[in-house]
Design a protein around this ligand. Structure first.
Ligand code: AMP
Ligand code: GLY
Length: 425
């Protein structure tokens, strides 16, 4: 089968890596991909906001399945346009992608379906929001309703911080995403991510992972898209996984179906493991980045039939096999990220870093020029390793990091610390 994979990050290199192993893959196209995924698929220049152009490309190249990596084209409705043209698409419809695109929509669904989540209220003006906050205990969480590239959340430790966050939102700090504000109770606990495939009716649990959102060691510094991850997350015991499926995932999938917006694709639940059990922080309508990289390092089943069955609505026939190994990925980012950074520096040592069969370097923001690999983004490489335990995977990943010659980049040196601590307790 010919496949078109949309996206250019580490997540899409990981999906390309999974797809490239599939016996049923004929030709893979990546739009636009990066220097890593372009070694596994043919790059295509497509404006993914131009749905007509994407459909024409699919028709001309006998594309049987389009896999959409990032959230923006999903929220923009690319899957609806593809389906209307009889092209199979992996990813939710525009209305179902509101699970990621609108925090208020998700909170309202949780309320209706009795899904455990932080108590909340939503507002379309600053004065009502402030009057509400004045009555609430601190800390409190202020969120822009829409997509804000992970930056629209403020955890305010006191009233004045909360008031500033509300003003920022309504003053346009997050553009249209801040036209509504969701205010949430602060939940205490450890965070974990859980991924499932769903075709709108059937659910196929994938795996657990833990991300590291802050830029620097010890979970300090500014928030980022994610500086490293591992899977499985040992904090997610099988009891917690079952509880999450029964109390969070199943009612979500049922609620979406009942309201006429069945969710098809990968559902990524961001969870807070509180004293009262797992509670939903947020949903994403796509694979996590860099969580997808560790999932793909552990997946033993053929990825392509799993994704096409999700798109076709035949997930009930499918099963996913996972390696018992732990996979861990360290993000190497350009100096300055998540603030301003330079592009164009040369990256060396990539072959040496991957000499061990248990390591693989997924590319994120890279480009190939004159036989060299150049940095072309904020998060640039995802140095990934498998091991028998988290410590083992961590040692291998950092040994690979140390073989990479890229003075213009940095990484955290403590990815996996929570799980290592748990392992060694
Ligand atoms: P979100 O974009 O909704 O995932 O929020 C970003 C981060 O803010 C999460 O990963 C949590 O660390 C934190 N967060 C969000 N909502 C809450 C909450 N209600 N209580 C505590 N922490 C939260
Ligand atoms: N790593 C967090 C995310 O993909 O949203």
């Amino acid at each position: 089968m010919n496949v078109l994979l949309i996206g250019s990050g580490g997540r899409e290199h990981a999906l390309a890596y999974g797809l490239a192993k599939s016996p049923s893959l004929n030709k893979l196209f990546v739009a636009p991909g990066n220097a890593g995924s372009q070694q596994l698929g043919t790059p295509v220049e497509l404006d993914v906001l131009d749905h007509k152009a994407v459909i024409e490309f699919c028709e001309e190249n006998s594309i049987k399945l389009v896999i959409v990596g990032p959230e923006a084209p999903l929220v923009d409705g690319i899957c609806d346009s593809l389906r209307a043209a009889d092209i199979l698409a992996f990813g939710p419809s525009k209305l179902a992608a509101r699970l990621e695109g609108s925090k208020r929509y998700t909170k309202d669904l949780c309320m209706r379906m009795g899904i455990p989540t932080a108590a909340y209220a939503s507002f379309d003006n600053a004065s009502d929001a402030k009057a509400y906050v004045a009555q609430q205990p601190m800390p409190i969480v202020i969120k822009a309703d829409g997509l804000a590239a992970g930056k629209g959340v403020v955890i305010a430790s006191d009233q004045s911080e909360a008031m500033i966050a509300i003003d920022d939102c309504f003053d346009g700090a997050f553009g249209a995403a801040g036209a509504e504000v969701v205010i949430e109770e602060f939940m205490q606990g450890e965070e974990a991510s859980f991924f499932v495939l769903t075709d709108g009716q059937n659910i196929l649990p994938l795996a657990t992972a833990q991300d590291h959102k802050r830029a620097f060691d010890g979970d300090s510094g500014p928030n980022t898209g994610g500086m490293g991850a591992y899977s499985p997350a040992p904090v997610m015991t099988s009891e917690l996984i079952n509880e999450t499926i029964e109390k969070i995932i199943k009612p979500t999938v049922a609620g979406m179906r009942e309201e006429g917006n069945p969710f098809s694709g990968v559902l990524y639940a961001g969870l807070m493991l509180t004293a009262e059990g797992p509670k939903l922080i947020e949903y994403n309508a796509r694979f996590g980045d860099p969580e997808c990289q560790v999932l793909m390092m552990r997946l033993e089943s053929d990825l392509l039939p799993l994704l096409s069955a999700t798109a076709e609505g035949t997930l009930s026939d499918m099963d996913a096999k996972w390696s018992d190994d732990v996979a861990l990925t360290v993000v190497m980012a350009a100096n300055g990220y998540p603030g301003a950074y330079e592009k164009g520096s040369v990256i060396g040592g990539l072959d040496a870093a991957q000499a061990d069969e248990n390591t693989y370097v997924f590319h994120a923001g890279t480009t190939a020029k004159d036989g060299k690999i150049l940095a072309a983004g904020g998060r640039v490489l995802n140095v990934t390793a498998r091991g028998a335990c988290v410590r083992d995977a961590q040692e291998r990943a950092y040994a690979a990091v140390d073989r990479i010659d890229w003075p213009e980049g940095f990484c955290r040196r403590d990815i996996g610390w929570r799980a290592v601590k748990r392992e060694e307790a």
